[in-house]
Design a binder for this molecule. Structure first.
Ligand code: NAG
Ligand code: NAG
Ligand code: NAG
Ligand code: NAG
Ligand code: NAG
Ligand code: NAG
Ligand code: NAG
Ligand code: NAG
Length: 850
C-alpha cells in the first residue's frame, strides 16, 4: 500500500510539474513577442523582447522613483540598464499606462485612468494607417512600420536617442532636413527627464561633435580625420569596435558596431555631463568604464584661450602654452595659471610682412575648433600650404588623409582655439609664423642638441632666400632668449624608434633572473590585449591582466610609446629593477620588447589598489585600524628598502594610493617603482624638466621646480598616510578654508581636534594615541621644507615606537592654492586646482623657470 500511494504521489507530482512547465512555456510565449500590431494593447507589466533576447521594451521605474516610464533596456543584463525612454518628461502616475497604435497609425501612450495622451510617435501623413505595427529589433531599436510587410519605416527610436548611443545607431545631422540626433542626459538617476547636458554634431566648417551644458560648450571632439575624431585618439578600431563615419550630400553621421554580439557596450552621456563608454562585464556583474570624456582639464573647451596649446602631460608645469609666435595676452594672469584671455601675436611681429612666412608643425594634437575653418575639397597637402600662405588672414592649416574619408585640407582664419596635446594619436597642425620666428625656432631647436625630432616647414617658393635670411638671423641672435619655445614644441615629438626583428625574445636571459617574454605569449595571455583583460590605465601605459598557459596569472604593463630609451638601456634598467625584492614591493617578473612594444610583466595581485578600499565607503569598512596600521607600516618598510637598503636607492616619484596594491592577505605592495629609471635616462637627473607624478601627492619643490629627492617620496607618503586614516582623497573637496586634506588636517591639528578626521568606517577599532601619533607623523612628512621632513627610516622608527608621540611638532605644511575660476564655465573647478605649493614659492619659481 505505501508503495502504491507513493507511486500515485509521484504521478500527481509529475502532472503538476507538467502543468507548471506548460504554464511557464505559455508565459514565455506570451511575453517574448517582439511586436505590437493594430488592435493590440500593451499595458504596464507587458513586455516586448527582441528576437535574440538582447533588449526588452516595457514600463519601468528608474532608481527610487515611483513613476512609470516606457522604455527599452538590456534584457540580458541583470542590473536594470535603460537605453531609451519614450515619455521622459511626462511620466505615468501609477500603473495605468497603456500603449497602442491609434487610428493615425502612430504609437501612443495614454494614462488609462485620466485618458491623457502622454506620448506619441507623432508622425503625420502615414501611407496606410490600418497596417502599421511596432517591432523591437535585436539591436535595441523600436521601429514603427507603416505597411504590412514591414519595409517602410515611419519612425524609429534610434532617431530620437535619449542618453545612450547603441551600436548601429547614427549620431549626426541630416543635411536636407537639418534634423539632428542628439544625446541628452537624464535629470538624475531617478529621473530620465531632459537634463542639462547634450551631445550633438554641428556642421559649421568641418563637422564636429560638441558637448554642451545648456548653451555652454564643455568639450569638442574635433573633426573626423579619416581614422578617428581628431580629439578622441582612443577611438580606434583596434579593440572590439568598428567606427564608421559617413559624410555625403544626404548627411553626416557617426556610428559604431561591435564584432562580438555577446559584448554589450554603450556610449552614454551621464547626469554629471560626462560621455562614458561602458562595457558589461558579466564576471564582475557591473558596467566597467572603458573611456570617458572630458577627462582632463585640457579637454574643457577653450581651457587655454586663443592661440594656445594645452598640454596635460608636463605635470607640475602650467598646462597652457602659447603657440609659437605668440605670448600671453595678460602676463600677470598667466603667471597665476589663468589662461582665460589666451595669447596674442608677439609685439612687432606681423605675418604677411616683407619676407615669406613659414609654418611650424605641432604633432599629436586636437586641431583647433573648425567652426570657422574652411574645408578645401580635393586639395593635397602641398597645395593646402600654399593656399594658406596666399591668404594673409590664414593662421593655420591641417591636411588629413582624404583616402580614408577625412576632410582633406582645412584652413583656419583668425583665432585658433581649443588645441590640445595627446601623447599619441590626434593630428598634425601647421601654425603660421613669421620668417623671424621660424629662424628663432630653428636656432633654439638646433642649440638644444636634443635628439627629438622637430619638423619645420618653410614655404618653398622663397626657399633659398629664406635660408639666407635665416642664417643671418641665427648669427645675429646667437644668444637665444626664448628657450621656452623649444620646450613648447619639443614635447611629445619623440622619434618613433623601430627595433626591427633583431630583438632578443623567447629565451630566459642567462645572465640575469629576468624573464624575457615573447610578444605572442603576452598576446595570447591577455587574449590579444582584449578589453576584458584591461585592468587600468596610468601615466606610463595600460595595464592588462593575463594568464600564461601554465595557469599563472600576471599583470602586464604596456608602456606608452613615448618612452625614449633604446632596447639595451631598457633591458639593463629592467634587470636592475627586477632584482629589487621585498615583501612590500610588487615583484617584477620580466619584460617583453618587440617591435614598437615595451612591456613589463608583474605578479598579479587580485585585490587591486589601496584606493579601491580606502576611498570606497563599503570596502573601507573591511579595513579596521589594525589592518590600516599594518598597511601604513608595510608601505614605510617598502620605501625604506627602496631608499636605503636596495642597491639602487630608488626614489619612487609617484607614490599614491593606486600604486599600492594589496595581496590576498591585504599586505601592501608598492608598484611602479623604478619607472622613472625604466622610462628614460633623461628623467633621472635630479632636476628634471618632465615631472612625473600625481597632483595632490607631489611635494612643492618637485611640483614647481622638478627637484626630487627621497624627501619628495616622504611627502607623498605623508599624504597617503593621512588618506588612509581619513578615508578621503587629498584632492577631495573640503569646506571651510581648507583647500585639501592636508590643509584640513592641519587646521584641526592646531585646534587639537585632529581626531575628527578619522574615517568613521573604522568605528571604534582604533587606539586614539596610536592614530594621533600617525597623524602627527603624517604632518611631519608633508612639511613645506624638504629638510624639515623626516627620512623614511625615521618615519619607520617613529611608527614602531610604541604609543609615545614623536617629540618634534610639525610645522605648517605645504598648501595648495585654489585656482580662481573667474568667468570660466568649467563645471568642476576642483580638477583645475594646481600643485601643492605656497603662494610665495609659486611666484618665485615661476619667474625663475621661464
Ligand atoms: C482591427 O479591428 C478592426 C475593427 O474591429 C478590424 O476591421 C481590423 O481588421 C483589425 N485590424 C487588425 C490588424 O486586426
Ligand atoms: C497619482 O495618483 C494618486 C492616486 O490616484 C494621486 O493621489 C496622486 O495625487 C497622483 N499624483 C500625481 C502627481 O498626479
Ligand atoms: C506633434 O508634433 C506637432 C508638430 O510637429 C507638435 O506641435 C506637437 O506638440 C507634437 N505632439 C506631441 C504629443 O509630441
Ligand atoms: C534626410 O531628410 C530627408 C528629408 O526629410 C529624407 O528624405 C532623407 O531620407 C533623410 N536622410 C536620412 C539619411 O535620414
Ligand atoms: C559620470 O561619469 C563620470 C566619469 O566616468 C563619473 O566620475 C561620474 O560619477 C558619473 N556620474 C554619474 C552621476 O554617474
Ligand atoms: C619692409 O621692408 C622695408 C624696407 O626694408 C621696411 O622699411 C619696412 O618696415 C618693412 N615692412 C614690414 C612690414 O616689415
Ligand atoms: C582670405 O580668407 C578670408 C576668410 O575666408 C576671406 O574672407 C578673404 O576674402 C580671403 N582673402 C583672399 C585675399 O583670398
Ligand atoms: C592615406 O591613407 C592610405 C590608406 O591608409 C595610405 O595608403 C596613403 O599612403 C595615405 N596617404 C598619405 C598622403 O598619407
Amino acid at each position: 500500500m505505501p508503495k502504491a500511494r507513493s507511486l500515485e504521489g509521484t504521478m500527481q507530482h509529475r502532472k503538476r510539474y507538467l502543468l507548471v512547465s506548460l504554464l511557464l512555456i505559455l508565459i514565455q510565449y506570451c511575453t517574448s513577442k517582439d511586436s505590437i500590431t493594430q488592435n493590440q494593447s500593451f499595458k504596464d507589466g507587458d513586455l516586448l523582447v527582441s528576437s535574440g533576447n538582447s533588449f526588452a521594451f516595457g514600463f519601468f521605474s528608474p532608481g527610487i522613483s515611483g513613476n512609470r516610464y516606457l522604455g527599452i533596456w538590456y534584457n540580458k543584463v541583470p542590473e536594470q540598464t535603460v537605453v531609451w525612454v519614450a515619455n521622459r518628461d511626462s511620466p505615468v502616475n501609477g500603473t495605468n499606462g497603456v500603449v497602442s497604435i491609434e487610428k493615425s497609425g502612430n504609437l501612443i501612450l495614454r494614462d488609462e485612468s485620466s485618458n491623457l495622451l502622454l506620448w506619441s510617435t507623432n508622425v503625420s501623413g502615414m501611407l496606410s494607417t490600418s497596417s502599421s505595427s511596432v517591432q523591437l529589433t535585436e539591436t535595441g531599436n523600436l521601429m514603427l512600420f507603416q505597411d504590412q510587410s514591414r519595409s517602410i519605416v515611419a519612425w524609429q527610436s534610434f532617431d530620437f536617442p535619449t542618453n545612450t548611443l547603441l551600436p548601429h545607431m547614427k549620431l549626426g545631422v541630416n543635411r536636407t532636413s537639418g534634423f539632428k540626433t542628439v544625446l541628452t542626459s537624464w535629470k538624475s538617476q531617478d529621473d530620465p527627464g531632459t537634463g542639462d547636458f547634450r551631445f550633438n554634431m554641428e556642421l559649421n566648417g568641418s563637422p564636429q561633435f560638441f558637448l554642451y551644458k545648456r548653451s555652454d560648450r564643455l568639450w569638442r571632439t574635433g573633426p573626423w580625420n579619416g581614422i578617428q575624431l581628431s580629439g578622441v585618439p582612443d577611438m580606434t578600431s583596434k579593440f572590439i569596435f568598428t567606427v564608421s563615419y559617413v559624410d555625403n550630400n544626404d548627411g553626416v553621421s557617426l556610428s559604431y558596431s561591435i564584432h562580438d554580439p555577446n559584448i554589450f557596450s554603450r556610449l552614454a552621456l551621464n547626469e554629471s555631463g560626462t560621455m562614458e563608454r561602458l562595457t558589461w562585464q558579466g564576471g564582475e556583474h557591473s558596467w566597467v568604464k572603458f573611456w570617458s570624456a572630458p577627462k582632463d582639464q585640457c579637454d574643457y573647451y577653450s581651457h587655454c584661450g586663443t592661440f594656445s596649446d594645452c598640454d596635460p602631460y608636463n605635470l607640475g608645469e602650467f598646462e597652457c602654452k602659447c603657440l609659437p609666435g605668440f605670448v600671453p595676452k595678460v602676463k600677470s594672469e598667466w603667471y597665476l595659471r589663468d589662461a582665460i584671455n589666451g595669447c596674442t601675436r608677439k609685439q612687432g611681429e606681423k605675418t604677411c610682412g616683407n619676407s615669406t612666412d613659414g609654418f611650424i608643425k605641432l604633432t599629436f594634437v586636437k586641431v583647433p575648433d573648425t567652426s570657422n575653418a574652411r574645408v578645401n575639397e580635393g586639395v593635397g597637402s602641398k597645395e593646402c600650404q600654399d593656399l594658406c600662405l596666399r591668404n594673409c588672414s590664414c593662421t593655420a592649416y591641417a591636411s588629413a588623409n582624404i583616402s580614408r574619408g577625412g576632410s582633406g585640407c582645412i584652413t583656419w582664419y583668425g583665432s585658433l582655439i581649443d588645441i590640445r596635446q595627446f601623447s599619441n594619436g590626434g593630428q598634425d597642425v601647421y601654425i603660421r609664423v613669421t620668417a623671424a620666428e621660424l629662424a628663432e625656432f630653428l636656432k633654439s631647436s638646433k642649440g638644444s642638441r636634443s635628439k627629438k625630432l622637430v619638423i619645420i616647414v618653410v614655404a618653398s617658393a622663397a626657399g633659398v632666400l629664406i635660408l639666407l635670411f635665416l642664417s643671418w638671423v641665427v648669427l645675429k641672435n646667437r644668444k637665444g632668449k626664448r628657450q621656452y619655445i623649444k620646450r613648447l614644441l619639443s614635447f611629445n615629438i619623440s622619434p618613433r624608434s623601430s627595433y626591427g626583428a633583431s630583438s632578443t625574445t623567447k629565451e630566459i636571459d642567462e645572465n640575469t633572473d629576468l624573464s624575457v617574454f615573447d610578444l605572442r605569449t603576452i598576446s595570447s595571455a591577455t587574449n590579444n590585449f582584449s578589453l576584458a583583460n584591461k585592468l587600468g590605465e596610468g601615466g606610463f601605459g595600460t595595464v592588462y591582466m593575463g594568464r600564461l598557459h601554465t595557469g599563472r596569472e600576471i599583470a602586464i604593463k604596456r608602456l606608452s610609446k613615448s618612452s625614449g630609451q633604446g632596447i639595451e638601456e631598457f633591458k639593463n634598467e629592467v634587470t636592475l629593477i627586477a632584482r629589487l625584492q621585498h615583501r612590500n614591493l610588487v615583484k617584477l617578473l620580466g619584460c617583453c620588447i618587440q617591435q614598437d612594444e615595451k612591456m613589463l610583466v608583474y605578479e598579479y595581485l587580485p585585490n587591486k589598489g589601496l584606493d579601491n578600499f580606502i576611498f570606497d565607503k563599503e570596502k573601507a569598512a573591511l579595513l579596521n585600524w589594525r589592518k590600516r596600521f599594518e598597511i601604513i607600516l608595510g608601505i614605510a618598510r617598502g620605501l625604506v628598502y627602496l631608499h636605503r637598503d636596495s642597491r639602487l636607492r630608488i626614489i619612487h616619484r609617484d607614490l599614491k594610493a593606486s600604486n599600492v596594491l594589496l595581496d590576498a592577505g591585504m599586505e601592501p605592495k608598492i608598484s611602479d617603482f623604478g619607472m622613472a629609471r625604466i622610462f628614460g635616462a633623461g628623467q633621472m637627473e635630479a632636476n628634471t624638466n618632465r615631472v612625473v607624478g600625481t597632483y595632490g601627492y607631489m611635494s612643492p619643490e618637485y611640483a614647481m621646480q622638478g627637484l626630487f629627492s627621497d624627501k619628495s617620496d616622504v611627502f607623498s607618503y605623508g599624504v597617503l598616510l593621512l588618506e588612509i586614516i581619513s578615508g578621503r582623497k587629498n584632492s577631495s573637496y573640503f569646506h571651510d578654508n581648507a583647500i585639501n586634506l592636508i590643509g584640513y588636517v592641519w587646521d584641526l591639528w592646531k585646534e587639537d581636534k585632529a581626531m575628527e578626521i578619522v574615517d568613521p568606517s573604522m568605528r571604534d577599532s582604533y587606539n586614539q594615541d596610536e592614530v594621533l601619533r600617525c597623524i602627527q607623523i603624517g604632518l611631519l612628512c608633508v612639511q613645506e621644507q624638504a629638510s624639515d621632513r623626516p627620512t623614511m627610516s625615521q618615519v619607520l622608527s617613529m611608527l614602531s615606537n610604541g604609543t609615545a608621540l614623536p617629540s618634534v611638532s610639525p610645522k605648517q605644511p605645504a598648501f595648495v592654492i585654489k585656482k580662481v575660476n573667474n568667468g570660466s564655465n568649467l563645471p568642476y573647478s576642483s580638477s583645475a586646482s594646481i600643485g601643492a605649493v605656497s603662494v610665495d614659492e609659486m611666484t618665485i619659481t615661476l619667474m625663475q623657470a621661464r
